[in-house]
Design a protein around this ligand. Structure first.
Ligand code: SF4
Length: 320
């Protein structure tokens, strides 16, 4: 069973007088009660997938191929009214900057209550009680008092907890978390990730699509992971399999860049180059200019994502 089904999704941006592919033919399913990580460097198309699913793309972007299904609803064909209804109720999102979700002009209580009353049939007293319960669930101390506080009165970590309270207020089936902890220090990051896991997955049976550039975050909370490179999924599988036996040279490079592997976090120091821009995508395997194993065929043919024994999928001629 799948909560969210992304089928052959292709998303383009209009730039320099032409349409350029940011996401190319991406497919995956999100199951109930799992956290699926989408990982890769900046510019690999992870956030574009999130905004395509939410149908919140910028004006110069379009979904040019494929479909996204939320249960039995085709999100790619839904009109604005239907999407408005689904966002915040069955489908929710949290962002890297919690201020994206919070309005500095209103108290946090007002904002949580407003979301509840927009999607659920609750009177003022019931909505207030539920808002209070939500703030307590996400770990806001003195929650009753803090209902009347404004977003600027909270730290980054506390603001992200409030954004999470709003995102989960209507018990969505799917939560998309786009780099939700990147701006936070390591301790707060771990707290927020475990809060998402406990409240959404273990207690709620929600499916979470977690977008991150950090494999350390994937290791902490994800069940499965899709590794993206230059708009395509290059490897997909259970977190344990991918960490113990990474197949794609790009996945291997990402893992070698983790501090636990003895290499400084951040840049992929063990491979040259960078992710190609949208108007400079290489032919064949898009990773070939950076790949230490590239062969002639890699410059011409794009390897498909193929399932191997054990369920892991990889797009690389080394495993044909
Ligand atoms: Fe490297 Fe070729 Fe595999 Fe691409 S297909 S990752 S270039 S070996």
């Amino acid at each position: 069973m799948s909560l969210l089904s992304v089928r052959h999704l292709t998303t383009e941006f209009y730039s320099g007088g032409r349409w350029l592919e940011a996401v190319s033919d991406v497919s995956f399913d999100l199951r109930p009660g799992e956290i699926l990580g989408l990982v890769g460097e900046s510019g690999c198309g992870k956030s574009t997938i999130a905004y395509s699913v939410m149908r919140l793309l910028a004006k110069n972007a379009r979904i040019s191929g494929g479909e996204v299904w939320l249960g039995d609803v085709n999100l790619t064909a839904a009109d604005d009214g239907r999407l408005q209804d689904l966002r915040g109720s069955r489908l929710s999102m949290i962002f890297q900057d919690p201020m994206t979700a919070l309005d500095s002009l209103f108290t946090v209580g007002h904002q949580v209550i407003e979301t509840l009353q927009e999607h659920l049939d609750l009177d003022a007293a019931a909505a207030r009680a539920r808002a209070l319960e939500l703030l307590r669930q996400v770990g806001i101390p003195a929650a009753e008092e803090r209902l009347n506080a404004y977003p600027y009165q909270f730290s980054g970590g506390m603001s992200q907890r409030i954004a999470l309270a709003i995102a989960i207020s209507c018990q969505p089936q799917v939560l998309i978390a786009d780099e939700p902890t990147t701006a936070l220090d390591v301790t707060i990051q771990a707290q927020i990730l475990h809060l998402i896991r406990r409240l959404m997955v273990e207690e709620g049976g929600t499916g979470v699509l977690l977008i991150t550039h950090d494999l350390g975050v994937v290791a902490q909370v994800c069940d499965r992971v899709a590794v993206m490179y230059a708009g395509k999924i290059v490897e997909f599988g259970a977190v344990e399999s991918i960490f113990s036996d990474p197949l794609h040279p790009y996945t291997q490079a990402l893992l070698n860049s983790l501090p636990s592997q003895g290499i400084k976090r951040g840049a992929l120091e063990n491979i040259r180059g960078r992710v190609p821009s949208l108007d400079d995508r290489p032919t064949g395997c898009r990773f070939h200019p950076r790949c230490p194993h590239a062969r002639d065929i890699c410059r011409v043919e794009a390897p498909p994502l193929l399932r191997r024994a054990g369920g892991q999928e990889v797009a690389c001629v080394l495993y044909d």
